[in-house]
Design a protein around this ligand. Structure first.
Ligand code: ATP
Ligand code: MG
Length: 162
């Protein structure tokens, strides 16, 4: 099943009640240069994709101070798609990084921000099931960027020449 990715992401953001907040904390960017009549929509598992994106987006909001910015970017390449969630939040200490995707792990700087430590374990599992990759780039006090890259198994738009 192919997926209308733009609609999917917009629905997801609306669902998370992120669109109509007063300060519009979430900035939604979509790099759609590769979309057009020649680019078939990506075939992704929408349930897994929902797990991945809703956890990353809700973390980005939760671990950011009021008025922070969260940028969500979708980049298309020929054979893969990349989702980037960048926040200007509390960041993650390097000593916490090795255990970041473990079940129930919460980092030392969470203070009284509530959470159970399940979200990123689910994200990692979902990315693995897609045969994808997740990377994190973070600086304490400045913010965190998670990037998820998933392979696209789209059929070629032009049949091979015999
Ligand atoms: P939940 O199960 O509700 O998602 P959680 O948010 O605590 O709880 P995870 O989403 O698995 O759990 O995240 C694990 C830990 O990683 C968090 O407790 C937090 O310490 C840290 N973390 C995750 N995302 C961010 C982020 N964007 N900025 C800073 N720290 C983060
Ligand atoms: Mg979480």
């Amino acid at each position: 099943q192919s997926l209308d990715l733009e609609k999917f992401c917009q629905n997801l953001i609306e669902e998370l009640h992120l669109v109509n907040t007063q300060d519009r904390k979430i900035k939604f960017f979509q790099n759609d240069r590769r979309l057009g009549p020649d680019s078939p929509p990506p075939r992704l598992d929408s349930k897994l994709l929902r797990q991945i994106l809703s956890n990353l987006l809700s973390n980005a909001l939760k671990y950011s101070p009021p008025g922070g910015r969260v940028n969500f970017t979708v980049d298309y390449y020929d054979r893969q798609i990349a989702f980037t969630v960048k926040d200007s939040g509390i960041g993650i200490k390097s000593e916490d990084l090795p255990r970041l995707f473990e079940l129930f792990h919460r980092c030392s700087n969470v203070g009284d921000i509530p959470g159970t430590g399940l979200g990123l374990a689910i994200v990692k599992r979902s990315v693995d099931l897609h045969g994808g990759e997740i990377t994190v780039d973070t600086q304490v006090g400045l913010g965190t960027t998670f990037k998820v890259t998933l392979p696209l198994s789209t059929p070629p738009s032009v049949p091979p020449q015999e």
